[in-house]
Design a protein around this ligand. Structure first.
Ligand SMILES: [Zn+2]
Length: 357
């Protein structure tokens, strides 16, 4: 079934993990057998061939580069200018993948409809299909000044999450707190003026509520789970989910095991010992549907290979192609085929058509 994945850090994998995503997964993993610079070496689950097996015809793909101040222990760049340059390298990689017909950029209603028709056309089945991508920026630190937003829009950026982990130049993110200052509020205005999508994922609670009060455009949460099931400020409380539902947002369910299992300790807890299967993701999907009273506000935003691999993902997922196990899990919980289509692709599509019409 046609799948839209609302969050994948494809360029980060290419440039920081040094993965050639055109290759079969087995080759990508094999090349990393002797590496131990990152905990997920040799455990990746995403490649272009696997995305095609996943029927993932459209993904939201990120640029990502954090700025870190002297006292910030997180990994990142020491200036916004360096972070910007990193995102431009990521853009260059997306462009060369476009030249090779691995990817095609989707950035407005016309390109969306054209690409969806192409992907769903039975005549194109069997061939090596070009995967559509919508460009998103995860964390806005790399926008050197607010004027860079316009530049980014012009090269195709269509969604922005102002924050990532820790304190940010525009907004504070996961694990931190505090409202946005003038710069963050200006960013929200700019996103609204350009009709870009505000991704509220990773906003700390203070910034989240401030954004709800100050931003009047289209809002999604590309990869976010439920605090009621796993209590952490990375997740949304029921109150946050309800306000998103009221604003006709779509929330992408994330597949990172520490967002699925309470008390997960990174690099210690294992998916097997905690029985972390795809059912845990379906719990979060179901929770959002129960809150909404319908199936219109939750979708897939897997974040697979987002700085974690098989060691921190549901263990019944060997590659991203196993996202196609989700429909049967939903069927067993009483979801009908229309519901499942909405979760797999329909909700993101409806959102994009409305945002871009
Ligand atoms: Zn993220």
């Amino acid at each position: 079934m046609f799948l839209i994945d609302g969050h994948l850090d494809l360029a980060m994998n290419a440039l920081e993990w040094n993965r050639d995503l055109r290759l079969p997964l087995v080759s990508i993993r094999d090349r990393e057998k002797t590496l131990n610079d990152k905990p997920d070496r040799g455990k990746s689950v995403v490649s272009f061939p696997e995305l095609r097996k996943a029927d993932a015809g459209l993904v939201v793909a990120t640029q990502i580069a954090r700025y870190v101040a002297r006292d910030n222990p997180l990994p990142g760049w020491y200036s916004a200018e360096q972070a910007w340059a990193q995102t431009q390298g990521q853009l260059a990689w997306y462009r060369v993948m476009e030249e090779q017909a691995e990817l095609t950029m989707v950035k407005d209603l016309a390109s969306l409809e054209m690409h969806v028709n192409y992907w769903l056309d039975p005549a194109s089945s069997g061939e090596k299909k070009t995967i559509g991508y919508i460009l998103s920026l995860e964390g806005a630190d790399s926008l050197v000044t607010i004027d860079y937003l316009q530049r980014a829009y012009e090269y195709g950026l269509r969604a922005i999450g102002p924050a990532h982990y820790g304190p940010g130049r525009y907004a504070n993110g996961t694990g931190s707190e505090g409202k946005m200052g003038e710069r963050g509020l200006m960013l929200l205005k700019g996103i609204e003026r350009l009709n870009m999508i505000l991704d509220v994922t990773h906003l700390c609670d203070d910034a989240f509520w401030q954004a709800m009060d100050n931003f009047h455009g289209h809002v999604w949460a590309s990869h976010n789970n439920c605090r009621a099931l796993v209590n952490h400020n990375r997740q949304f409380s029921d109150d946050q989910l309800k306000v998103l539902i009221e604003r006709d947002a779509v929330i992408g369910a994330a597949f990172d095991a520490w967002m699925l299992i309470p008390g997960w300790v990174r690099h210690v807890t294992t998916p097997e010992e905690t029985n972390c299967t795809l059912e845990k993701v379906v719990d979060h999907i179901d929770h959002i549907c129960q809150l909404a009273g319908n199936v219109n506000h939750v979708a897939i935003g897997s974040d697979l290979d987002g700085a974690f691999g098989k060691e921190q993902a549901p263990y019944d997922l060997e590659t991203i192609a196993d996202l196609q196990k989700i429909p049967s899990l939903l069927t067993r919980r009483g979801y009908n085929s229309d519901d499942i289509g909405n979760i797999m692709h329909g909700n993101w599509l409806r959102f994009l058509r409305k945002a871009w019409s």
